[in-house]
Design a protein. Structure first.
Length: 166
């Protein structure tokens, strides 16, 4: 037996209880749910602007109550991604959510990027430096795809992964 459908607020709080969401991400999810509910009820006369206004009001309420925070989302995303991804990739993911790193966070990521790249590279390639040009290309593509900068990739592969060769 299926219960009554959850309200938008209940859905939003449920999603926020699972993990942090950006305002843009939560807005997209809520609008999608609202449009599905309107279509299911056969309410073709509903204005999209009304749905957006309703969702924006709910998001403002959640932000005012401290349940929704873009700063917390950025912190969470950086924490979970930094061990595996480079600064460029993290910035790209945040941009998809309409957010950006502040100068301090960017500086911290840049300062640790070589060490993070070294750990990712060592885990994937076992500390074996490139044997030839094809191997160099393969390893550099791997690191570049994870958002590590070209200068960091070059520095890491030239040193063969040695921590002392910085």
């Amino acid at each position: 037996m299926k219960g009554a459908p959850l309200s938008l607020r209940a859905r939003a709080l449920g999603w926020l209880a699972q993990r942090e969401h950006s305002r843009l991400e939560l807005r997209r999810k809520l609008l999608r749910v609202l449009h599905k509910e309107q279509a299911r009820q056969g309410d073709e006369d509903a204005e999209p602007a009304d749905a957006a206004t309703e969702v924006d009001a709910l998001l403002d309420e959640l932000a005012a109550a401290g349940h929704l925070s873009d700063a917390r989302f950025i912190e969470s995303r950086v924490y979970t991604r930094a061990s595996r991804l480079g600064t460029q990739r993290i910035r790209q993911e945040l941009a998809q959510h309409g957010l950006a790193l502040d100068a301090e966070q960017q500086a911290q990521l840049r300062a640790s990027e070589l060490d993070r790249a070294r750990r990712v590279w060592h885990k994937r390639f076992g500390g074996q430096g490139p044997a030839d040009a094809a191997d160099w290309a393969r390893q550099s593509r791997f690191l570049a795809a994870r958002g590590f900068g070209a200068d960091v990739v070059r520095q890491l592969l030239r040193a063969g992964g040695d921590a002392d060769a910085d």
